[in-house]
Write a new protein. Structure first.
Length: 618
């Protein structure tokens, strides 16, 4: 029972006592038979009766003030099923490869990791992005201004600074050519005042990149700025499983506010242009920049970048306790582990099956699934509805209840049927107590990989984040979802609308996140034209070189930011997320192109190419 009911009960009981006193003064004879007076109730049985009435009235009043959450729960569960679920704990882990490894090892996402026990319970995480373990190390990282010490580069004649990264093979006899290195992913590690400015430098101020053996390499390989690609935005690298019914732009917002470190990954590509020609035991990466960063030069070192890293999220599959269908209630609580109620919480119900007395099974489907009526004609159907409520007192988090709906229910049929529930679960609030530093938290792969020598946590584990379950915020969400996605960039109130959308996804609601949102001071949109890329498979009779150029119309979006907040808070990452958010809104045969200016200055401080959905144009 929720503690929120207690004030309703006290209020209703006081109201009944007051009305009883007024009734006793007006009808003393009747009140006398009930032993009710203006001073109170003398009969304990009548007192219990009034308390019972107060309890029932309190429940009704509480439900009315609760604004019937079943309505919003059902609507949000159909349109955006993960809005009501908590955001699990996240961290970034580094996988170190064996010292004698001489070939790369590819690790697909979805690897399971266990931590050291917290209150006697090991926590289970899983990786969300692929990792290629190259047997190489970072020997040195240096950011320096003019004079530029780097191979001559005609494409970077006006460079103001250069970032030099020195990589070396772990086995001295092995060369980069033998390894066949084609791309390397770096994680930007360190405090936010270091990683966010560095991310902006490598995202907005790169003019050219060179791969060379040394500063005097006579044959450096020069590649354009697009060889440095931001990672973590692709759908296959999603931190949270996301329904196809949900708009993936909102997933990016959720992940940014919950765990921004997830986006601090950069891919350096086209390295094979150097390694396929000739590369020794060491490889130098020179990143030419058009913007100096003297304050950052003193902080950048080999500890600023890390190889072999991947985000981890506290989500894991779990076969829940069987649910006997007793037909004595309208809903049943989904219990991940009966003996460990404080250790597991249901994040989402993935599959429900009914097992009959003879051992046969039939699948059940969500009650509000799309095209539920008329599907699988002639096949017995079972449906279920999921509701999330606050857990019992003393247990943090939420509990999930499953309400079965069986159109083919036979009251005379066998009663010993059981529902089997497969769910994605998290470890409630246990990650909050996970230590960090000094080799903690201890991480191990559930299924060992021979190439992995050790695992280190690069960031502390975040706590589990939850929206208030009973709040008018639900109605704000429903109102927001009823609007067109592009309404945030239309009209004079576009900035206010966009900031309101951002606040809806600010699960942490800290001073830093509020300042970042308030730094957005304006937004504009204009029609634009961009050249469409040539088709990969031209029509018969046309070679790729003979395909005529094509153009498409789109929207040029301008974001105006507060200049002080842009310098202090490192808002380039937020602007990058918004740029992807706008691009995912682009209609078919259209695009968005985003740039950022600072209030009081029309000069562009950051710009992105035209993008349609997840595809970059040009």
């Amino acid at each position: 029972m929720s503690d929120a009911l207690l004030p309703y009960y006290d209020r209703e009981l006081n109201a009944i006592k007051r009305l009883a006193g007024e009734f006793a003064e007006t009808h003393p004879k009747i009140a006398g038979r009930l032993r009710v007076s203006a001073d109170g109730v003398d009969d304990p049985h009548v007192q219990r009766l009034l308390e019972g009435v107060a309890f029932l009235a309190a429940r009704v009043h509480h439900r009315l003030d609760d604004e019937f959450p079943e309505l919003t729960d059902a609507l949000l569960g159909l349109l955006y099923p993960h809005y009501l679920a908590p955001v699990p704990s996240c961290l970034v882990a580094q996988l170190q490869c064996q010292a004698d490894l001489q070939t790369p090892t590819y690790l697909a996402p979805g690897l399971a990791f266990d931590t050291e026990p917290v209150h006697g319970e090991p926590l289970r995480y899983r990786s969300t992005a692929p990792v290629t373990l190259w047997p190489i190390t970072i020997e040195a990282v240096r950011l320096s201004g003019q004079p530029i010490v780097a191979p001559p580069n005609p494409a970077a004649a006006g460079a103001a600074a250069v970032l030099r990264i020195t990589l070396a093979c772990m086995v001295p006899e092995v060369t980069f050519t033998q390894l066949g290195v084609d791309s390397v992913r770096f994680f930007l590690r360190g405090p936010a005042n270091q990683t966010l400015p560095l991310y902006e430098l490598l995202g907005a101020h790169v003019v050219s990149v060179a791969y060379a053996d040394s500063t005097v390499d006579p044959n450096p390989v020069i590649v354009p700025p697009r060889a440095v690609k931001p990672a973590g935005f692709a759908p296959e690298e999603a931190l949270l499983p996301w329904s196809a019914r949900g708009f993936s732009g909102f997933r990016l917002m959720t992940e940014y506010f919950a765990f921004p470190e997830k986006f601090l990954f950069l891919d350096f590509t086209a390295i094979d242009k150097k390694t396929l020609v000739s590369a020794g035991n060491k490889l130098e990466i020179f990143v030419y920049l058009d913007h100096p960063a003297p304050d950052l030069e003193r902080m950048i070192g080999e500890q600023s970048l890390a190889l072999g890293c991947t985000p981890l999220v506290n989500l894991f599959p779990q076969r829940c306790e069987p649910i006997p269908l007793t037909h004595t209630g309208v809903e049943y609580r989904v219990v991940p582990a009966a003996r460990r109620p404080r250790a597991m919480e249901v994040w989402s119900v993935e599959r429900v099956r009914e097992t009959l007395a003879d051992g046969t099974q039939r699948p059940w489907h969500p009650f509000y699934r799309l095209a539920a009526t008329g599907a699988d004609a002639g096949v017995p159907k079972g449906f279920y509805q999921v509701t999330r409520r606050e857990a019992v007192p003393g247990v943090p988090g939420t509990d999930v209840f499953l309400a079965p709906h069986d159109p083919d229910f036979d009251p005379q049929g066998p009663a010993n049927t059981v529902l089997s529930v497969d769910a994605l679960c998290l470890n409630r609030d246990l990650p909050t107590d996970l230590p960090f530093g000094g080799g903690h938290p201890y991480l191990r792969l559930v299924a060992g990989v021979a190439a992995v020598a050790g695992i280190t946590a690069m960031t502390p584990a975040t706590g589990t984040l939850r929206l208030p379950l009973r709040d008018a915020r639900f109605w704000r969400l429903v109102s927001h979802l009823s609007l067109g996605h592009l309404s945030v960039i239309g009209g004079a109130d576009g900035a206010a609308a966009l900031k309101e959308v951002l606040r809806l996804y600010d699960f942490r609601d800290t001073a830093d996140t509020r300042a970042a949102i308030n730094a957005l001071t304006g937004i504009t949109s204009d029609s634009g034209v961009a050249r469409a890329p040539a088709p990969e498979h031209p029509r018969p009779g046309l070679t790729s070189g003979r395909v005529p150029p094509a153009f498409c119309r789109g929207v040029d979006i301008g974001l105006e930011m507060d200049p002080r907040a842009w310098q202090v808070s490192g808002l380039y990452l937020l602007a990058s997320v918004l740029e992807r958010f706008f691009a995912l809104n682009a209609t078919i045969n259209s695009f968005t192109r985003t740039r950022v200016t600072l209030r009081g200055n029309s000069e562009t401080v950051a710009a992105w190419p035209a993008r349609s959905g997840t595809r970059e144009l040009g």
